[in-house]
Design a protein around this ligand. Structure first.
Ligand SMILES: C[S@@+](CC[C@H](N)C(=O)[O-])C[C@H]1O[C@@H](n2cnc3c(N)ncnc32)[C@H](O)[C@@H]1O
Length: 295
């Protein structure tokens, strides 16, 4: 039984990194007129009310959106597409609502585009449906919300009639098997649609599951894979074991400079001391002694 609820972590530093980069990807993919099909395989609830008790419990957003929100009027280009969406959801200037990946897609995709958002937790799925239905009359892309396994939906649905597709893969990694299932699904998806832009989030934890996952992808010969990692300097607290956050983009729609700029713009403004790193997975070698990639 899944118990993870993203609202406890909404808008923290990892969300800011993830969503600022996702907004840049969506902005770039919208430049070409050809329609796009976006999958949000682990959609969560789509929209997060930061005043809710769950979000207030640890206030993780204080080391996240709270630090960037004051920049919205004169945001640096790296953060502008992201902060524009957050601002649109908070028109009175008070930061109350935070967009998850599905809402970012909903706000930035166009009429000819399509969004397939899957969520496995029934409670979270109910929230997602409500969020996606809000303002439905003005909703631009066609939206399908599905209750179930997002990785299976992705692999089963590809290839799509649109010749361009994006897969946002943002698991909670509650199940240890996620670390093996995710690279498997990515490889199967790329086999069905090699031009697919894959956008994967992973937590950096002491156990190093993310390293195994990246190693699997390197061993399988995945190319054109760019990584952004943000590490926190302070030791993790009891309730917050994550020491860093990573985003892997396969077939990125822009050059490395965009990844650098966003990573830098986020790390330099967080209240907690943090370090950003950007590298190509293509350049990582495997250590023959450990069998793991060297970063
Ligand atoms: C990190 S949260 C997603 C946050 C969201 N993508 C965002 O940016 O706001 C992960 C979500 O995936 C859901 N989940 C876990 N396994 C899943 C699966 N196999 N398919 C679809 N959803 C899953 C969890 O219930 C949880 O809501």
């Amino acid at each position: 039984m899944l118990s993870y609820q993203h609202i406890y972590h909404a808008a923290n530093f990892a969300d800011v990194q993830k969503h600022a980069l996702l907004a840049q990807v969506l902005k770039s993919l919208a430049v070409k007129p050809a329609p796009l099909c976006a999958f949000d395989t682990h959609a969560g609830r789509g929209l997060y009310a930061l005043e809710d008790t769950e979000a207030q419990k640890n206030r993780e957003f204080d080391n996240g959106i709270t630090a960037l929100w004051p920049l919205r009027a004169e945001a640096p280009p790296a953060l502008r597409p992201y902060l524009d969406v957050v601002s649109a959801l908070n028109p009175d200037g008070t930061l109350s609502f935070y967009p998850g990946s599905a809402m970012l897609c909903r706000q930035m995709l166009r009429a000819a585009d399509r969004l397939i958002a899957t969520e496995r937790h029934p409670g979270e799925f109910g929230h997602l449906q409500q969020a996606m239905a809000k303002g439905a009359a003005s909703a631009k892309p066609r939206i399908q919300t599905l209750l179930g396994d997002g990785l299976k939906t992705l692999v089963d649905t590809l290839p799509v009639t649109e010749r361009r597709a994006l897969a946002v893969i943002d698991p909670s990694y509650e199940m240890k098997t996620d670390y093996a299932d995710v690279p498997k699904a990515i490889l199967r998806a790329l086999k069905k649609m090699p031009q697919l832009c894959v956008f994967l989030w992973y937590p950096m934890l002491g156990a190093g599951g993310h390293r195994l996952m990246l190693t699997e992808l390197v061993k399988s010969g995945v190319r054109d894979a760019l990584v952004s990692e943000i590490r926190l300097d302070a030791p993790p607290q009891e309730h917050f074991r994550m020491t860093g956050s990573g985003i892997l983009i396969i077939n990125p729609p822009w050059p490395e400079a965009v990844m650098n700029d966003v990573t830098q713009a986020v790390t330099s403004r967080l209240p907690a001391k943090a370090f950003g790193d950007v590298f190509w997975l293509d350049n990582c070698r495997i250590n023959p002694d450990t069998g793991l990639i060297v970063i």
